[in-house]
Design a protein around this ligand. Structure first.
Ligand code: GRF
Length: 216
């Protein structure tokens, strides 16, 4: 099997990166992580990548005069690595339309809410303030509008009465670590087709069809 070459862009901790690296270790996983790029030199995810034997680069956005120059450098690195797909995993820079168009339907993001609800920052605080009883995460192709684009997959978790931002974030993060590799697999296997702004995903649904909280 030829594996699709994947680069991961990060800014920090890198727990989703770790989940992708772990999944990609499996012989039957259709993608390999060939490069990790961080815009922040101190990102913990860089060490994690190095320890896994993956090329890990810092491209510090503060050294560039504007977004386009920064992205040109990122683009050149991706090209050198022969990246076919790019996963954003806690990458905290907005990308310009030019970069997004260049990677259209090959640029994937994970966001810790059930989009289109709560895009942007402070998503868990806003979910708690809204009193929703299910929260979750979304993997989607990137479009110009932040946290927007064809949805590849979503995972839902319950919001519990005593949840804090931290406890909810931790529950969602666990779901992220399962969802992101699953969605990358689907894209790498060519089981996703995009029509307009929606993605059709050729995959089985969950065994349990309903997620109800609170339980009846
Ligand atoms: C995750 O919650 C992800 O959904 C969001 O940023 C966080 C990154 O965490 N985009 P990590 O760096 O993958 O641990």
């Amino acid at each position: 099997m030829t594996k699709r070459r994947v680069a991961v862009l990060i800014s920090g901790r890198g727990s989703n990166l770790a989940a992708l690296i772990e999944a990609a270790r499996a012989a039957d996983f259709p993608a390999e992580i060939v490069q990790v790029i961080s815009n922040r030199p101190a990102a913990a995810g860089l060490d994690l990548a190095r320890r896994a034997g993956i090329e890990a680069l810092t491209i510090d956005h503060t050294r560039f005069d504007g977004r386009a120059a920064f992205e040109a450098e990122v683009g050149a690195a991706l090209e050198r690595a022969g990246a076919e797909l790019v996963c954003l995993a806690g990458f905290m820079r907005l990308l310009t339309g030019g970069f997004i168009a260049r990677w259209r339907d090959r640029l994937i993001n994970i966001h810790p809410s059930l989009l289109p609800l709560f895009p942007g920052l402070d998503t868990h605080a806003r979910a708690l303030a809204a009193g929703v009883k299910l929260a979750g995460c979304t993997v989607h192709f990137v479009r110009e509008e932040t946290d927007n684009g064809p949805i590849l997959g979503q995972a839902a978790v319950p919001v519990l009465p005593d949840d804090t931002e931290e406890s909810l974030a931790a529950r969602v993060l666990e779901a992220e670590h399962r969802l992101y590799p699953a969605c990358l697999r689907l894209v790498a296997e060519g089981r996703v087709s995009v029509t307009g702004e929606t993605a059709r995903v050729d995959a089985a649904g969950p065994a349990e069809a309903r997620l109800i909280n609170p339980l009846p």
